[in-house]
Design a protein around this ligand. Structure first.
Ligand code: GLN
Length: 537
């Protein structure tokens, strides 16, 4: 097999242009041509991982099979490629410096002065090449976070410059820029792109391909102009016009021949023509719904578009599977009280209570769950959402006194959700939760079994608190059963109500495993239940 090829995707002019989606779309097309591809994200911030960041900073924290807390772009990579990512697929400046400083403390630099070049850049290059090391992948596509010109991304661009120099045609740079439309002038403008490429050139990197994000079509003349000013072939100027959904982007990039341009520049055979039949069928079902449902999504970050990214995308996949348009209605948990809940949730066909941390908004979540339980509205509780369902049941059905999770009230008389044994001694915050994939056994004859159709499943986790097993019996006797158990550690992973059409709480995060090719069964069944609830009304 020939050497692994390294493709870098940088961004210019503005952030939020969709580097992650362009990277994932290119990967999808190369995968469809028969190549093995993986995607990596380099994040220039100094946090070791985004696990300690709140969602206001960079949106959702995504969790991989092997328990890495990562940037949300890894979620896109998995949803597009349907292959898992790992610890190695997300690198931050914090991780790089941590590794270099630890090496220095071990004396491994043998008296050298430790510097950004070569020590930091060498560590960056090592992290990039790890993915290609075993020759498992034909292509490693590495997305560089931030925008060219940012001080903090300089060492990454320098590492790219060095790799290009060392690897020749085995390395390629795609630069994604914005070509804005000026309404007053009635024109698209290429100047920001020219400046952005100049900034890259000042740092020693000549992009091979320029992808132009734009609201309007680029004329032949504009493409030629960009090619001329930025030293690229006219065929290497790729238009990325705004589309209805991110899932249109691979098809648009196929149309624009982005994959062919990459293969040609890297002297790789075209492989089989990318069919993407299943992908197209998914898009058809997504765009031609036969029904629609509204799901009330309750969380404390609902005003942020990216805070629950994987949940929103899982609804897109599950909606398409049911050929049903899922409208997610964001509802702020702090806005819910016994007085407001009825009005806020009127008209929803399903209720999802989102994951989260801390006490803010908890009572609103519990109110929403009471409403779902009493009115027999389909309910899905994820992680904290499941824990709130347990608290709600303890308070309003079992009528226990002073019921809470010890995360919220450490001295609660009835701590129905309590910190896990192994977490009691943990004092460091970063990367110390119960993280990543764990097995779960499904109990026969339950809703969970109906949904999964399997005895054993594996799902991803990110939490410190758990169902308190002391309460298992009284809960079971009153109609809330544990239908999924991690047998090794004796942990409740799924709860459900026996006397309700669809009420499921999961301690894990099913949203991280939903992909276009494989929509998550919990979401698929939840949307189906919401559909049925709507028909009944
Ligand atoms: N805060 C809860 C815990 O740590 C729930 C976490 C979550 O929702 N991801 O257990």
């Amino acid at each position: 097999m020939s050497a692994t090829k390294y493709v870098f995707v940088t961004g210019g002019v503005a952030s939020s242009l969709g580097k992650g989606i362009i990277s994932a779309s290119l990967a999808k097309l190369l995968q469809a041509r028969g190549y093995s591809v993986t995607l990596q994200k380099l994040d220039p911030y100094i946090n070791v991982d985004p696990g300690t960041l709140n969602p206001y900073e960079h949106g959702e924290c995504y969790v991989t099979e092997d328990g890495a807390e990562t940037d949300l772009d890894l979620g896109h990579y998995e949803r597009f490629l349907n292959t898992p990512t790992s610890q190695a697929n997300n690198v931050t400046t914090g991780k790089i410096y941590q590794a270099v400083i630890e090496k220095e403390r071990r004396g491994e630099y043998l008296g050298e002065t430790v510097q950004v070049i070569p020590h930091i850049t060498d560590e960056i290059k090592r992290r990039i090449k790890i993915l290609g090391a075993d020759n498992d992948f034909d292509f490693v596509i590495t997305e560089i976070g931030g925008t060219v010109g940012d001080i903090e991304s300089l060492p990454y661009i320098e590492a790219v410059r060095q790799m290009r120099w060392e690897m020749g045609t085995n390395c390629l740079v795609i630069h994604l820029t914005l070509v804005p439309y000026l309404a007053a002038a009635g024109e698209l403008k290429t100047k920001p792109t020219q400046h952005s490429v100049k900034t890259l050139l000042e740092q020693g990197v000549q992009p091979d391909i320029i992808v132009c994000r734009t609201e309007r079509q680029l004329s032949e003349g504009m493409r030629n102009k960009i090619a001329l000013f930025c030293n690229v072939d006219p065929t290497s100027v790729i238009e990325s016009i705004d589309v209805e959904t991110i899932y249109d982007v691979p098809l648009m990039m196929r149309e624009e021949r982005l994959d062919l341009e990459v293969l040609d520049k890297m002297r790789m055979p075209e492989g089989v023509k990318p069919e993407l039949k299943k992908w197209e069928a998914f898009l058809f079902r997504h765009k031609n719904p036969k029904s629609n449902v509204t799901i009330g999504m309750i969380g404390k970050y609902v005003e942020l578009k990216d805070a629950y990214k994987s949940i929103s995308e899982a609804f897109v996949h599950a909606g398409a599977e049911n050929q049903c348009k899922v409208k997610v209605k964001p509802i702020h948990s702090e806005s819910l009280s016994p007085e407001t809940v009825e009005e806020a949730l009127a008209g929803v066909d399903g209720i999802l209570v989102a994951p989260g941390f801390g006490s803010r908004g908890i009572e609103g979540k519990i109110e929403a769950i009471r409403f779902a339980r009493e009115n027999k509205i389909p309910f899905l509780g994820i992680c904290l959402g499941m824990q709130c369902a347990v608290v709600e049941f303890g308070r309003n059905v079992l009528k226990l006194e002073d019921v809470n999770s010890t995360e919220v009230q450490s001295e609660a008389l009835n701590p129905v959700i309590d910190i896990m044994e192994g977490q009691k001694e943990v004092t460091m915050k970063g990367g110390t939760m119960r993280l990543g994939a764990y097995p779960c056994s499904i109990v026969k004859g339950t809703k969970a079994m109906e949904i999964y159709q399997r005895d054993e499943i594996s799902e991803r986790h990110r939490h410190r608190y758990e169902f308190n097993n002391k309460y298992l019996d009284i809960y079971r006797n009153a109609g809330m059963i544990a239908s999924g158990i991690n047998q090794k550690d004796d942990l409740v992973e799924i709860v459900e109500l026996t006397d309700h059409p669809w009420f499921v709480g999961v301690q894990f995060h099913p949203e991280f495993k939903s992909t276009v090719a494989s929509p998550h069964p919990l979401f698929v069944h939840f949307v189906d239940a919401a559909n049925k609830c709507k028909e009944k009304k």
